[in-house]
Structure formats: C-alpha cells, structure tokens
Design a protein around this ligand. Structure first.
Ligand code: ADP
Ligand code: TRP
Length: 321
C-alpha cells in the first residue's frame, strides 16, 4: 500500500498531532511505502513571518525524525521542494466546483475566527488533493478534522477521471483511528495549535508537567466515584497506557477515593516515559541541521520521481501533451 500524509509547519507539534497523525503514519513504515511531507506551502496561509516559517519547518523535520521516522524507508520531504504539486493543483482546480470549496468547514471556521479570506485559504483543499493524488496514495492517515478534505480529494480524483475518460488517479482512503480521532486539549476542546491548549511533544519537561496539571476536570470531590469516560485526564492517559493500565485507572475512578491530581501525575509520568527516549535524538538532530537538510533533499528527489509519471498522465489526459 502507498501511504501519504502531511503536516503544516505552523507551530510546535503536540500530542494531538502525534496520536492523530504521526504515530499511525510511522507505524505503517515497516510494511508500506510511506510518503510524509512538511506542508510549507499550506502553512503560508497562516504563518506570515519568513524566519518563523523556516524555524517551524526545521522543527517539524527534527520532531518527525526524532519520533522514529526512518528516512531509508519513508520518503520525507518539504512540499515546496516538489513544485509539481502546483501544476497538478491547477489541473484539479479546473474540475473543482466552487460549491465544493464553499462548503469546506476549515475555510468557514478559519474566516469565522477572523482570518483573512484570501484565495489560498479558499483553495487549500485543492492543493491538499494534489499532494495526495500526485503520488497516487491509497491511504492517508490523519485526525478526524481532515476527513472532509479527504472527501474533497476523492471527489476531485473521480471528477478528473470522469471528465477525461481516463483512470489517472486512485481514490484515496482516509485512515482515522477512532480511539484517537480527536485528542482533547487542556481545556477539553480539540487540542490545536490555534487554540493555545496543547501539550507539546518536546516542550521543556517542567513546563509540560505544569500544563498537564492544568488539564480541566469537573469538581467531583476526591472521595466520590468519578466517570472516566467524560474525563479529559483519563482520555489523555488512555493514549499512552496499555489496555490493562487504562482499565486499572478506570476502575480506580469508579471506586472513588482517588483525586484528579493523582491521575494527572500518572499521566505526566506516562508522557515523560514515552517521549524521553526521543529527546536525545532530537538534540542530536538540532545540532546537525545539515544532515537533516540532506534527508529532505533526498526525499524530494525520490518524491519527484514518483510524481513525474502521474503528472505526465494528468497532462496528457487534458491535452497538454
Ligand atoms: P493543529 O490543529 O494543531 O493546527 P494540524 O491541523 O496542523 O493541527 O494537524 C496536523 C495533523 O494532526 C492532522 O492530521 C490532524 O488531523 C492531526 N490532529 C491535530 N489535532 C488533533 C487532535 N486534537 N486530535 C487528533 N488528531 C489531531
Ligand atoms: N491539511 C493538513 C492539516 O492541516 C495538512 C496537509 C496538507 C495534508 N496536505 C496534506 C495532510 C495531504 C494529509 C495529506 O493537518
């Protein structure tokens, strides 16, 4: 199977990104052909400071490599090193009805929150479809918030194939793991860089612990039984714990006599144990940016090899060659 996913370099990565997208994508490395890219063209819709964008791109590269991306297996690249996606985005734009983009939640949400309604933000799903279709991906691991974008990509693939009467594109399937579909943030809303409610994967350990201690809970007194299924701390703990450990904590919640403070400490310990081994690798990478750049350049060259024949088939189908 061919797998593709991308992530915007628009801030420090958090455990919503990790469990929603990174971990599932990295788990597929062993037995599949995986493409992962840093969506810097997409990030331009929100990051307006050039130095900051450069920093975020580097950070995402360090984060992925530190968390186990193996560049010998996975094709890891920066979107802007593969300009072919723009040509394909144009060919897809031609078959994309306005209504399809007008219905996109992400555009409506972002403009409702006061972001400028520029063309790039509006056309975002077309570029994302091009990212996916240009490698003819079978599976796209993402969190639930990206589901509609995947539907648009499938829709455009189908329309293009029908309009041209050729089977140029495969219809990609989203891979959304139900149990991590939406990771809650410290305030109980969806964890997101833009909500300021994140627990950062590589945040300074002391600060991360403080953030975990701030996760919102209800005010059930310590002695009383608690409901694990409505508790943010439990929802986060479950992501790190084995099934038996999660069941153990759920039982203690229901029995009463355990406070949320104790659950938060257990969560902080799980967090530290999980990410501690990655920190050393990340420090090494940060000290060797040239090695990381080489990985991205090699990845872009491999990605372009895969993309070239797909783009050529699309160009031929519309009469450009
Ligand atoms: P953010 O909302 O923090 O800006 P992105 O939109 O850049 O995150 O998301 C990058 C990837 O991480 C996407 O695949 C997205 O679905 C996933 N993701 C982001 N936040 C969450 C979350 N809270 N729960 C599950 N997956 C998430
Ligand atoms: N839109 C995705 C996000 O905000 C990032 C992205 C861009 C992407 N192109 C993609 C994800 C292609 C998967 C496949 O998270």
């Amino acid at each position: 199977m061919r797998v593709l996913s991308g992530i915007q370099p628009s801030g420090n990565l958090h455990i919503g990104n990790y469990f929603g997208m990174m971990k599932p994508a990295l788990a597929l490395q062993e037995a599949n052909e995986v493409f992962l890219f840093i969506a810097d063209y997409h990030a331009l819709t929100t990051v307006k400071d050039a130095d900051l964008l450069r920093k975020y791109v580097r950070d995402v590269a360090y984060d992925f490599l530190a968390c186990g991306l193996d560049p010998a297996r996975t094709v890891f690249y920066r979107q802007s090193d593969v300009p072919e996606v723009h040509e394909l985005a144009w060919l897809l734009s031609v078959v994309c009805p306005m209504g399809l983009l007008e219905r996109a939640h992400s555009f409506k949400d972002k403009t409702a929150r006061g972001m400028d309604a520029n063309h790039a933000l509006f056309a975002y799903p077309v570029l994302m479809a091009a990212d996916i279709l240009c490698v003819n991906a079978d599976i796209v691991p993402v969190g639930k918030d990206q589901k509609q974008h995947l539907e648009i990509a499938r829709d455009l693939a189908g329309k293009f194939n029908r309009h041209t009467g050729r089977d140029v594109f495969k219809l990609p399937d989203p891979m959304i793991r139900d149990e991590v579909a939406v990771v809650p943030g410290v305030d109980g809303q969806k964890m997101s860089k833009s909500y300021g409610n994140t627990i950062e994967i590589f945040g300074p350990p002391k600060q991360v612990r403080k953030t975990i201690m701030k996760v919102v809970t209800d005010s059930t007194p310590l002695e009383e039984p608690k409901d694990p299924d409505t508790c943010n701390v439990y929802a986060l703990y479950r992501l790190f714990a084995s099934e038996a450990e999660a069941a153990g904590l759920a039982e203690r919640y229901r029995a009463g006599g355990m406070g949320y403070g104790e659950a938060k400490k257990a969560l902080a310990e799980k967090f530290e144990a999980h990410f501690e081994p990655f920190r050393e690798k990340r420090a090494y990478l940060e000290a060797h940016p040239d090695e990381v750049e080489d990985v991205l350049q090699a990845g872009a060259a491999r990605a372009r090899e895969t993309i070239r024949p797909v783009l050529q088939a699309a160009r031929a189908a519309v009469g450009l060659e």
